[in-house]
Design a protein around this ligand. Structure first.
Ligand code: AMP
Length: 112
């Protein structure tokens, strides 16, 4: 298994986990870009957002729902940002989809 995030799912690489259920894992980003910065990933290996299949729609919704629940638990009631980069051009560096959840600092738009 070459995928870094599959290794985190399997417990082969340590992560500071916030949450786990049968479908997703959430853990703190190792290089935080905000006071709160964690990732929500599916346990299923999906390379990019473009590889989502019809049958993954409920899983994608569960990722978003989990993200907002955890964001609130992490003290981000006032606001937070969800980001999912798709392919290297957009900034994706780990090819197992993940939802970034960033909060507790002002955010600007558009992103760089
Ligand atoms: P992206 O560039 O959108 O693919 O985001 C990948 C994210 O994964 C980056 O924010 C990295 O800091 C983060 N990351 C890489 N390796 C680890 C790891 N072992 N544990 C937690 N986060 C990681």
């Amino acid at each position: 298994m070459d995928c870094l995030f599959c290794k985190i799912v399997a417990g082969e690489i340590p992560a500071r986990k916030l949450y786990e259920d049968d479908q997703v894992v959430a853990f703190h980003d190792v290089g935080p870009q905000a006071p709160v910065h964690f990732l929500v990933i599916p346990k299923k290996h999906i390379r990019t957002l473009k590889d989502l299949e019809e049958g993954d729609k409920a899983l994608a919704g569960h990722m978003v729902y989990t993200a907002q629940q955890l964001a609130r638990e992490q003290g981000c009631e006032e606001g937070f940002r969800l980001v999912m980069n798709c392919e290297a051009l957009a900034g994706q560096s780990v090819f197992h989809i993940h939802l970034h959840v960033l909060g507790q600092r002002p955010m600007h738009w558009p992103p760089g």
